[in-house]
Design a protein around this ligand. Structure first.
Ligand SMILES: [Zn+2]
Length: 531
């Protein structure tokens, strides 16, 4: 049986803490606590308090220590200390790069690799022109009896709150982990991502070494019932696309616009953009793609996935024609599938020209790319050169691409660069098949859902998926999962927009999940032998 079928096979997982009586009884005791009204109100209070610290993340952030706007994070730290005294008084808390935070709950068994759980403390700024459109003010943290309102309730202060509440509750209940648990909180996930996660990664790598974290649970997509029939699909991302911001720059001689050439730099740049858009990346599906496994699961368990797609998915396991037809059928059924089937490009920024009577000397555009799982940065660069090259020749421009001279011309220069030096290969794929770490995650998801109050799903399917946004702690472990244990309908209005609000019930569900995840990991044997 090929790898493709593995995700489908592995649906028997169910993980409840069991070792001895301690973990099981602690699990039940905490589950009881989490079911009380007092606990729910306390969670709402704490989440509200965290929301009221507007730790906004800015694209134009200056350096820490120079840009005063970073100081909000100090306020947030103080608030977290007040809200979670057991965590901050008894565990090791280290701030890296001033505001990113690593909290270590040291385990008694040093041979067990640590489990790492992450959240980010920053939020997307509230657009001032929209603040009147919020039902409750964006930094109110108001709890209306069902929803907690405010920027960050869904992304990602719910994780900050849930992780800290879980650990606070477990400390109070007397739990002492055998496996070390690391909580890591970034500070600029919503902007450059250069000030938090990389510092955290380096710090942990220095302490534990490469590949010495057992697994990392990072933020990701919610679970939902996308194929009807009340079949819940939880799709932890086990792969992520690559990334390239392309800068295209055309430099041509200036001069007075009364004696213009037939094409100015702006016209030339326009041709480059038109060519790029005339050659969109071809969608393609490979059997080794994570998306292929995702579709296999949907075909096997999704009641309302169209029969034609199901049939193609079954046939595609061995039949190449069916594989090609499957990607076409998926696109027709859901055009957004393009993001999972191909590298994508989006021309997002353009600039050039200073005056109406002067020829533009430097014009440029930025093109954002998310690189398909089966492709690479260099493959993308080569493709861009092959499309842009003929334009350079047509206008007699010198083409310099990613540090190499490609063609020479005497009318100016066309330059292609990695705009911010942030190119990223597609992530190494997280092992799924026969992977104990993945099994613990999948089993915990199923157990947490099945035992949650009000559970009415008909089946729970855990399927690996492809993340189309990038973030990474690649050096620390191969076992990185991007997943949010929350139902998609617990978000009032999605992320990064007005009326961000989350259902309190779902927050409690998240805490139940984290608790069980920690307990299940604590009794798992995964140690040095981690891949
Ligand atoms: Zn986020």
């Amino acid at each position: 049986m090929g790898a493709a079928a593995s995700a489908v096979e592995d649906q028997s997982n169910l993980a409840y803490p069991s070792s001895g009586l301690t973990h099981r009884s602690l699990d039940l005791a905490l589950d009881d606590l989490y079911g009380t009204q007092d606990f729910a109100l306390e969670v709402a209070d704490r989440l509200g308090a965290i929301i009221r610290v507007p730790s906004e993340s800015y694209d134009d952030f200056g350096k820490i220590g120079e840009d005063d706007r970073w100081q909000t994070f100090a306020v947030l730290h103080t608030e977290l200390k007040r809200l979670f005294p057991s965590v901050y008084e008894t565990l090791d808390v280290v701030n890296v790069n001033t505001y990113a935070q690593i909290i270590t709950w040291r385990g008694t068994e040093t041979n067990l690799l640590p489990l790492m759980l992450t959240a980010h403390m920053d939020v997307v700024p509230v657009d001032a022109s929209t603040s009147d459109s919020w039902t409750y003010p964006p930094y109110s943290g108001y709890f209306d009896g069902t929803w907690v309102w405010g920027r960050g309730t869904c992304d990602d202060k719910v994780d900050l709150l849930s992780l800290l509440t879980t650990v606070e509750s477990m400390i109070k209940a007397g739990f002492v982990p055998s496996r070390t648990i690391v909580l890591a909180f970034g500070i600029d996930e919503e902007s450059a991502g250069t000030q938090g996660a990389p510092y955290i990664a380096q710090y942990l790598e220095d302490i534990y070494g490469k590949n010495k974290i057992a697994a990392i649970l990072d933020e990701g997509a919610a679970y939902e019932t996308p194929y009807g029939g009340n079949v819940i699909f939880a799709n932890p991302a086990t792969a992520e696309k690559g990334y390239l911001d392309l800068r295209v720059e055309v430099s041509t001689p200036g001069g007075h616009s009364s004696v213009p050439p037939s094409h100015t730099g702006i016209g030339m740049l326009a041709s480059v953009i038109a060519e790029l858009e005339a050659h969109p990346h071809e969608p393609s599906l490979k059997r080794s793609d994570t998306f292929f496994q995702e579709i296999q699961c949907a075909a096997a368990f999704g009641p309302e996935l169209p029969e034609s797609i199901k049939q193609l998915a079954y046939d595609a396991v061995e039949d190449d024609n069916a594989l090609g037809n499957l990607s076409q059928a998926l696109l027709e059924w859901d055009p957004a599938a393009i993001a999972k089937l191909s590298t994508t490009q989006a021309v997002d920024v353009i600039s050039g020209g200073v005056k109406v009577n002067a020829l533009p000397e430097n014009v440029w555009a930025l093109v954002n790319h998310r690189i398909a799982e089966h492709s690479s940065v260099s493959e993308l660069q080569d493709r861009i050169i092959s499309i842009v090259g003929p334009v350079a020749v047509m206008y007699n421009l010198t083409l310099r691409a990613f540090g190499k001279n490609i063609t020479t011309g005497d009318k100016g220069q066309l330059t292609l660069t990695d705009a911010f030096d942030t190119a990223l290969e597609p992530a190494p794929t997280t092992p799924v098949r026969d992977s104990e770490p993945y099994g613990i995650l999948a089993g915990t998801i199923v157990a947490a859902l099945q035992s949650s109050p009000g559970y009415d799903g008909s089946q729970i399917i855990v399927s690996p998926s492809l993340a189309i946004d990038t973030k990474s702690y690649w050096n620390l472990t191969r076992n990185i999962y991007r997943y949010a244990h929350v139902p998609a309908d617990a978000y009032f209005n999605g992320l990064h927009t007005v009326n961000e609000a989350i259902k309190l019930d779902a927050v409690i569900g998240r805490i139940r999940f984290y608790t069980r995840f920690i307990l299940n990991w604590d009794e798992a044997a995964v140690a040095q032998t981690v891949f």
